[in-house]
Design a protein around this ligand. Sequence first.
Ligand code: ATP
Ligand code: MG
Length: 360
Amino acid sequence: PIAVSRSYSIAAMGADGIGPEVVDAGVQVLSKLASLDGSFQLEFEDYDWSSDTYKKTGQYIPDGGLEKLKKHDAILFGAVGAPDVPDHLSLWGLRLAICQPFQQYANVRPTKIFRGTSSPLRNAEHGDLDWVIIRENSEGEYAGQGGRSHRGQPWETATEVSIFSRHAVQRIMEFAFEIAQKRPRKQLTVVTKSNAQRNGMVLWDEVALEVSKKFSDVKWDKMLVDAMTCRMVLDPKSIDTIVATNLHADILSDLAAALAGSIGIAPTSNLDPTRQNPSMFEPIHGSAFDITGKGVANPVATFWTASEMLAWLGEEEAAKKLMDAVETVTEKGVRTRDLGGSAGTQEVTDAVCAELERVF
Ligand code: ATP
Ligand code: MG
């Protein structure tokens, strides 16, 4: 039922810290874009689920909340995490509590160097780094399996068990090959650590080989995760699409965001490729309480997030126009402090809206 109609219902959930500020900015540019375009409609519904509601009610998600959320076509999410709530509680209480029941098993993180911005890599510039990292988002090292014995004793032990099922490895691998196939270079790197981890990671290697046979036009290679970090820094142009486990891709995508210049620009999509549930789109940065309420948060990550959301909903053309407008504004020098500028959140938002007016 999702993505057939040209009117989309979006759940806007800013949650914690700068989340509400950047989601508000995202809703502003999306509303502007939809009204200028005129060929599709966006309806937003605000959700105030956050660490504040958790502190007041003991729940991040109210009773019956997920059923209500499920009715939307997509979720535009801000960030979760508060200084006075342990991180694992907030993460499992809200983000994963949506990702897991909604079967958002594919996490997609595009990375590139924007026009007019610089990368910490000495020789890399716009166009040299254009990656999509696909993260297995349902199991692996973050399956939540394990336990502790002999708490507090010198002989205490803890286990953190990784789960790799053929079912989940196969579906993420197929998804990754499909994404790679749609990109111009048709190239995929499968990242594992199968020299040291001899069960789950070897399963990944085997499934990759099987799935690759269905995608004969995709050029693919295998890489150990440690070697991959070196390649990302030393030879970024040789990389296009990457698929990796929950933990490995988590780390690689932070590295990727840093290499692209700022954590304030990078988006991530939590997708249910079966489209039975709404997918969730969010900037990769966290709640950033150090800058909350100051009006200086970079909204660009959320704009790119919004663009990814539109593309997923089938509005590819509008998605491209939005990204173009954002890059033009960044290139012109209307940037927040993390990108070396002095503009505030609203200034960047207004500039993107004005650029959209100009191109339509
Ligand atoms: P979390 O635990 O929620 O991931 P964190 O503190 O580990 O939070 P972030 O919230 O992402 O990580 O913040 C890391 C640093 O990056 C902070 O100094 C923050 O101010 C900065 N930062 C994060 N997002 C933005 C943004 N959108 N614009 C500007 N600076 C940002
Ligand atoms: Mg963090």
